[in-house]
Design a binder for this molecule. Structure first.
Ligand SMILES: Cc1cc2nc3c(=O)[nH]c(=O)nc-3n(C[C@H](O)[C@H](O)[C@H](O)COP(=O)(O)OP(=O)(O)OC[C@H]3O[C@@H](n4cnc5c(N)ncnc54)[C@H](O)[C@@H]3O)c2cc1C
Length: 430
């Protein structure tokens, strides 16, 4: 297995990195503070093929591989892990509809999602069903040509803002075989949303309950047209979801590491630069080793998923688990994703009891403080934020294929590992 990137692979990564530096990084701290969900920038990413990275080209996807996907998400997350993570969830939804939808669902919905005309959310978790997702209770009952959905989905990224919700609901008996998947448009009667959760980070993407009270969707929106397949669809989606989140964690950690190197190279104390202190150099070496080993298992898992390898599920889970948790640089990400109790410790709609919330919060703060990260989005990003004058120069927008030309008037679009250029509207070409 070779992980050497060829020229096309590098162009894909460079394109994602340039977009991230130009359109995400200068704004990410402000978005977090204002709780602003950057839909316009997400749609710009879609113009570059990043809303359907590993979705088929016939519905407008980029037809790339999972390994391209994790490389793209790492680059985006170096600039803004929050927005990169949301885009990864959207990609998971696009892939699910493309892979399991009927022809009509693919052409209608997967194509809207690949262009981000429809921003999508993934709705599996419920107040009483998180890790044990097969215990979900949301019901979908057939009524003539419709299904009527009742239940509550918890912690849904994009909840209340997304245009379409990919909902796992029970159409049959208890257990995984009784679950089906539905495409639920936002304007569905009976669909409503909880308040945006009060989080300690990830504020640039909303997290809310998705509430279904007699929500009536046409039977034509049962994904794949067949009941009982939903749990398998949800879990297969999560294979990619896991490695994508791992990639976002890795990107955030790599960015923190890069900033640390810059800082200790510059900072002088006790008559010398910090970088010349052996203890600091050893720590940095350990962090770099940790980043590289995380990247290796991530790329291996992504390649296994591309190849349909027998061990793909385990490898994807391992990649998510090994997303740099051993050193502090990515501890924050491990914390925020793993522990909803922690994350929603201040949330009024949290189902966690006061004691449990307080315990989780204390554990989170102690662990992160030990490594100098109280909460990443709020603290690390603030201390690492680049001054505005570090904004990109024209060089950053130079076409990798045509040196000397300025990129903004055209958008690279990923297609089967080859790039073609397509015009993008002027007002998006900043
Ligand atoms: C910011 C944020 C965004 C999210 N976005 C989405 C989304 O878009 N869509 C969606 O569907 N969900 C989303 N989630 C939900 C997320 O996937 C769940 O939080 C996760 O699946 C864990 O479920 P839970 O919170 O109910 O924890 P629980 O299942 O209650 O677990 C609590 C703790 O117990 C541990 N645990 C559970 N079972 C066992 C066991 N058998 N043995 C040992 N330990 C165990 C868990 O590892 C965890 O540490 C989001 C969560 C957060 C915090």
């Amino acid at each position: 297995m070779s992980f050497e990137m060829d020229d096309d692979d590098k162009v894909i990564v460079d394109t994602a990195a340039a977009f991230a530096r130009k359109r995400l990084e200068p704004f990410s701290l402000d978005w977090d503070e204002r709780k602003h969900f950057p839909v316009e920038e997400l749609r710009e990413a879609a113009d570059l093929g990043m809303a359907g990275i590993y979705t088929s080209e016939d519905v407008g996807g980029s037809g790339l591989r999972r390994i391209d996907g994790v490389r793209i998400f790492e680059e985006l997350a170096k600039a803004d892990p929050t927005t990169a993570a949301f885009l990864s969830i959207h990609n998971m939804c696009t892939w699910m509809v493309d892979s399991y939808g009927t022809e009509d669902q693919r052409t209608t919905w997967a194509s809207k999602m690949a262009s981000m005309e429809a921003v999508a959310s993934y709705c599996l978790t419920e107040p009483a069903a998180g890790s044990d997702a097969a215990a979900l209770r949301t019901k979908a009952v057939r009524d003539g040509d419709d299904y009527v959905l009742d239940g509550v989905k918890q912690f849904i990224s994009g909840g209340g803002v997304s245009d379409v919700y990919i909902v796992m609901a029970r159409t049959g008996a208890d257990g995984p075989r009784g679950i089906s998947t539905f495409i639920v448009p936002k304007q569905t009667p009976g669909l409503s949303f909880g308040a945006n959760e009060a989080k300690m980070g990830w504020n640039a993407q909303p997290t809310a309950q998705v509430i279904m009270e007699g929500a009536r969707v046409p039977a034509a929106l049962l994904l794949g047209g067949e009941e009982g397949k939903g749990f398998g669809i949800a879990m297969n989606g999560l294979n990619g979801g896991r490695i994508n989140i791992a990639a976002c964690s890795l990107g955030g950690a790599q960015a923190a590491y890069n900033k640390a190197i810059t800082y200790v190279s510059d900072r002088e104390a006790f008559g010398g630069k910090l970088i010349d202190e052996p203890t600091i150099r050893f720590t940095l070496a350990d962090m770099a080793t940790s980043l590289e080993t995380s990247r290796l298992i991530l790329w291996k898992a992504a390649s296994a998923l591309d190849a349909g390898h027998a061990d793909k599920v385990e490898l994807c889970a391992m990649a998510k688990r090994r997303r740099v948790p051993q050193d502090g640089s990515a501890l924050w990400t491990t914390c925020i994703w793993e522990s909803a109790a922690t994350f929603c410790s201040r949330s009024s709609s949290s189902r966690f009891s006061g004691t449990r919330r307080r315990t989780a919060t204390r554990a989170f703060c102690a662990a992160c403080r030990a490594d100098g990260f109280s909460t990443w989005d709020a603290a690390t990003a603030r201390s690492c934020a680049k001054p505005p004058e570090w904004g990109l120069g024209a060089g950053d927008w130079t076409s990798p294929r045509r040196p000397g030309t300025i990129w903004p008037p055209t958008a690279f679009r990923f297609s089967s590992g080859l790039l073609r250029t397509s015009p993008i509207p002027r007002d998006r070409s900043r």
